[in-house]
Design a protein around this ligand. Structure first.
Ligand code: ADP
Ligand code: MG
Length: 213
């Protein structure tokens, strides 16, 4: 769709772009060039691109530019299949967010004490990254609400389905506003991902990148 490869051509804050350059992100990868302009318009995207193609920054830059920092509520949720992947996504988001003062990114995964997570939730994070089981747990216990969520990201959606998280994901989605923007990222595009996209997205733009950069 888009042939631009420079982050500077996107409608992003200068501080965000300067930070990308400082982080060594000289130009966009193919998935970023194709997905970011659409994400920045607030549209749903279902994107498939190989591992290592820069999918985290594709949705990460999009959601960082949509966050209202003065509004202390959870505006974006990223679901990942494993704790390791959630940690990687949080780390990358925090790097990308260095340009934005006071943005809070919270990671909520299983295998970690609930108590410390409940304490962290006392001060709402702008962005939550987590695994489906633990997020569902916090929702059930009333520790977390997603009533003000603007953006939901299903990262590595194919793996989440392979790992049997479909019920948890559906339950979590039922706690979010229907007006949200939903971004679905996957390394493969099997039929069950297509069906999930139809179920949880509204007129999504489908982006398929055949080869890595
Ligand atoms: P994926 O989710 O597609 O597997 P990642 O988002 O984990 O890929 O990105 C892979 C690596 O590429 C990460 O180390 C990330 O920091 C780096 N990266 C992402 N976008 C860019 C870019 N535009 N320029 C340089 N490096 C990038
Ligand atoms: Mg990824």
């Amino acid at each position: 769709m888009s042939t631009t490869l420079s982050f500077s051509e996107l409608p992003l804050d200068k501080a965000l772009i300067d930070n990308l350059h400082e982080q060594g992100y000289a130009q966009m990868t193919s998935i970023q060039a194709a997905a970011l302009p659409v994400i920045l318009q607030g549209k749903d995207v279902v994107a498939q691109a190989k591992t290592g193609s820069g999918k985290t920054a594709a949705f990460g830059i999009g959601l960082l530019s949509a966050i209202q920092v003065d509004a202390y509520r959870t505006q974006a949720l990223i679901l990942c299949p494993t704790r390791e992947l959630a940690d990687q996504v949080s780390k990358e988001l925090r790097r990308l967010a260095r340009a934005i003062a006071n943005i809070k990114v919270l990671t909520l995964c299983g295998g970690q004490p609930m108590g410390a997570q409940v304490d962290s939730l006392a001060h709402p994070a702008h962005i939550i990254v987590g695994t489906p089981g633990r997020i569902q747990d916090h929702l059930r216990k009333g520790n977390l609400t997603l009533n003000d969520l603007n953006i939901l990201v299903l990262d590595e959606a194919d793996r989440m389905l392979d790992m049997g998280f479909s019920d948890e994901v559906n339950d979590i989605i039922s706690h979010t506003p229907s007006q949200r923007q939903t971004l679905l990222f996957s390394a493969t595009y099997p039929t069950d991902i297509e069906k999930m996209s139809e179920r949880v997205q509204r007129s999504p733009q489908r982006i398929i990148i055949e080869s890595a950069d």
